[in-house]
Design a protein around this ligand. Structure first.
Ligand code: FES
Ligand code: FE2
Length: 377
């Protein structure tokens, strides 16, 4: 197995070509106000994401076709974007429509790339692949009127596949999250479960039998979605279903996009989400530095306030970034407890081979009825 094929995700790479066949979240909806443009980097490519005054989001190339300055520095005008340098203006399809300094405009001959965009569940999804975009998958479990959606993007300082590997890794919980073991009366952290995994129509189905007799089923959706049904949240919310999309930024960074179904509606839901968002924004500022400081031996995890909103993420990030920004998989020694990791890599390897050989990839499907919920768990 050539592990490097999982790691690199630029447009010409195998994993990059594979991931680009799926809609990927590129930003949270709440992070992009109307009239605002953002430079974004996804899978080793740069883009301009902007929201027109109408509220529609657009994704176009990162540079102006004139002399190449970065378009995100310019102005959103209506549903178009105007370059900061000499004012060329583009519409949401990337078509140039104005060249103010040109007495004889050749705008109709100038086009920059543009990509399909859809907003769903508080995330801005883009299709960055070739050809027509497939339908955007829908997850009705998050469309329930009895819930509010807590949506977040967390910037992570390691390769996305370190995090993909972690998706099916139950054995880490007992150590990485040991600080929670005594405090939480939760099946997730009480002793070592027995785990079996199998390929499913969506990705990998994982059966987990806990020492207290509970049997739970968890799902990983190909290519990069972890679905955690009934994750422990806090004393108010108790449990929530969470979907996590692990999206590469470049070889050594990724974004962990989360959508969490909170059992609160209306103003109460909004208030809870806003408080959480403010705490998270604060935590996002120093988490990378804390992880680096711990790995440099300048700090211990036990020196950090365990009540930080992102403490569990900090624990995971420490383990995953500790593998190296890109894990050296060729040096590993996998055991039976790694069977989920092993299976997922096998599936990825098979799919990448299909891409390399020009064969069809498996048609991965999410069907709502296959995911049980555990309201009483
Ligand atoms: S570089 Fe954009 S208008 Fe000149
Ligand atoms: Fe974890």
């Amino acid at each position: 197995m050539d592990f490097s094929e999982f790691v690199h995700t630029g447009p010409a790479t195998l994993a990059g070509r594979f991931l680009r066949r799926f809609w990927q979240p590129v930003c949270c909806s709440h992070e992009l106000a109307a009239g605002k443009a953002l430079p974004i980097r996804i899978m080793d490519e740069e883009f301009t994401l902007y929201r027109g005054d109408s509220g529609t989001a657009y994704l176009v190339g990162n540079r102006c076709a004139h002399r190449g300055t970065q378009l995100s520095a310019g102005w959103v005008e209506g549903d178009c974007i105007r370059c900061f340098y000499h004012g060329w203006k583009y519409d949401g399809t990337g078509q140039c429509i104005e060249q103010p300094a040109e007495a004889e405009s050749f705008a109709q001959k100038v086009q920059i790339p543009s990509y399909p965009v859809q907003e769903y569940l508080g995330l801005i999804f883009a299709y960055l692949g070739e050809g027509d975009a497939p339908p955007l998958p829908h997850y009705p479990i998050f469309e329930n009127p009895e819930i509010s959606l807590d949506v977040a993007s967390l910037r992570r300082i390691c390769n996305y596949f370190n995090n993909i590997d972690n998706s099916l890794d139950n054995a880490h919980v007992r150590f990485v999250h040991r600080r929670h073991r005594d405090a939480a009366q939760d099946h997730v952290v009480l002793g070592d479960p027995i785990i079996s995994v199998e390929e499913s129509e969506w990705g990998v189905r994982r059966y987990v039998k806990y020492p207290d007799g509970k049997d739970l089923t968890f799902f990983f959706g190909m290519p990069n979605i972890n679905f955690i049904n009934g994750q422990v949240v806090d004393p108010v919310i108790k449990r929530a279903d969470v979907m996590v999309f692990k999206v590469p930024v470049d070889d050594e960074n990724h974004i962990h996009f989360e959508v969490r179904a909170i059992a609160l509606t209306g103003e109460r839901g909004q208030k809870w989400i806003e408080e959480r968002r403010a705490l998270r924004a604060k935590a996002e500022q120093d988490r990378p530095e804390l992880v680096r400081a711990i790995l440099a031996g300048k700090l211990r995890l036990s020196d950090i306030d365990p009540h930080r909103i992102d403490f569990v993420m900090l624990e995971d990030e420490l383990a995953q970034t500790g593998q190296g920004a890109i894990a050296a998989r060729a040096n590993e020694h996998l055991g039976r407890s790694d069977r989920g990791v092993f299976l997922l890599r096998k599936i990825w390897e098979r799919e990448l081979r299909n891409v390399a050989e020009g064969k069809p990839i498996k048609a991965w499907v999410y069907r709502p009825e296959m995911v049980p919920t555990y309201p009483e768990a």
